[in-house]
Design a protein around this ligand. Structure first.
Ligand code: PLP
Length: 391
């Protein structure tokens, strides 16, 4: 009989090395803590990495989405198509900028947006679509671009799971109008909290930078500069306070330097899970897309076959916890949250795959520092839970 290990295995844990710590200390000692030279450096590095010239560092992925959605200039009744199978960030920002979120179903195999369902939901009022590269696996952007052709619809990629993911050889985000990344501690790279927005149209970068920081026009700042002390800054549009600090960028610079290594390790871990879990009945990993890609392996998600077992997914998560193993739920569908179901529901049969998957998915531990014995613990815990509760 195996003994339950007493140390808790978290679902995610960031990898923080000595270079990252030293860089943060250097920032703290420099006397310059907020947006400064390290944010500039991180922006340039990130832009070079993903292949974008227009890069804005912000203090969360949600802020990046908010700025992109704000730049759409939504007017009353304008619609934005979004998956319901996602974290609520983008949907909240659509709502808060005066738009109407239109939920679209997911592909039940990959949990990525269903392009066929997008096609059905486009109307004259559709202004944008916000696909999520779910778990780090790229959505079929070419197919989406094809579907929106001629409609003047913008694409905002939610790449919170997908820093480093490649679609047909290029980094995700290369083809969209806007791409938002998150550096929350659970994501593939972290700055504590933080995010990045990349923009295809260089004409929009100035406004994005202003909206990020109080709507202040830096050119006005330079224009008046030293001569006119009272006008050192000038607000030209109402803006938010979404700037990233140098303390955060200090982490980001070194995290980004290791992103490819992190993804390679995640890939190995995912393959080990694939193999080790393949003999266990009543669970299955997500499916793979057919076009060429590099999966960023942000999450390792399993789908429970609830028809064959006597417990719910939530009970399954509690059973894992009893065995000292953390897990995550990505996600409870947004349309099931109170605010959205009250305002736009009932959805009845509108989102069948999202409904089905939302009750069956579970994310098991996956982070670069995981060991094979950590993974074996997860696998044997899953095996024992399912062994006890199969019908
Ligand atoms: C994490 C996440 C976000 C939000 O990012 P924050 O940095 O936490 O604001 C948005 N969308 C998805 C799909 C995410 O996973």
């Amino acid at each position: 009989m195996s003994i339950t290990p007493t140390d808790f295995l978290p679902f995610s844990r960031p990898s923080i090395d000595d270079d990252m710590i030293a860089e943060v200390i250097d920032t703290l000692k420099s006397g310059w803590l907020t947006t400064g030279p390290k944010v500039d450096r991180f922006e340039r590095m990130f832009g070079d990495y993903v292949g974008s010239e227009n890069v804005v560092a912000v203090n969360s992925g949600t802020a990046a989405l908010h700025i992109a959605i704000q730049l759409l200039g939504l007017e009353n009744g304008d619609e934005v198509i979004t998956p319901s199978m996602t974290w609520p960030s983008a949907v909240n920002m659509i709502e808060l900028t005066g738009g109407v979120p239109v939920f679209v179903d997911c592909d039940p195999g990959t949990l990525n947006i269903s392009v066929e369902d997008v096609e059905k939901r486009i109307t004259k009022k559709t202004r944008a679509i916000i696909p999520v590269h779910f778990a780090g696996q790229p959505v079929d952007i070419d197919a989406l671009i094809d579907v929106v052709k001629g409609w003047g619809i913008k694409i905002i990629e939610d790449a919170a799971h997908a820093a480093g993911a490649l679609y047909k050889g290029d980094h995700v985000g290369t083809k969209a109008d806007f791409t938002a990344y998150s550096f929350h501690p659970n994501k593939n790279i972290t700055t504590g909290e933080g995010g990045m927005l990349t923009i295809k149209n260089g004409d929009e970068i100035d406004l994005a930078r202003k909206i990020k920081f109080h709507g202040v026009d830096k050119r006005g700042w330079k224009r008046f500069g030293k001569d006119l002390k009272t006008l050192e800054y000038e607000v030209v549009v109402p803006g938010y306070k979404y700037n990233m600090m140098d303390i955060q960028a200090a982490l980001g610079i070194h995290q980004l330097g290791r992103l490819d290594e992190f993804i390679n390790k995640r890939e190995l871990l995912a393959r080990y899970y694939d193999q080790a879990l393949s003999n266990i009945p009543h669970i299955a990993p997500l499916g793979a897309v057919s076009y060429s890609h590099r999966h960023a392996r942000h999450l390792y998600i399993l789908k429970l076959n609830l028809e064959q077992i006597r417990i719910t997914r939530d009970e399954f998560m509690r059973e894992l916890k009893k065995r000292n193993i953390g897990s995550g739920l990505h996600y409870t569908a947004v349309h099931k949250h109170k605010y959205y179901s009250d305002k736009y529901g009932p959805f009845l049969d509108a989102l069948p795959s999202t409904e089905h998957c939302s009750e069956r998915i579970i994310s098991v531990p996956l982070f670069p520092a995981m060991t094979t014995s950590d993974q074996d613990r997860v696998v044997s815990a899953i095996d024992s839970i399912l062994g006890e509760c199969s019908c």
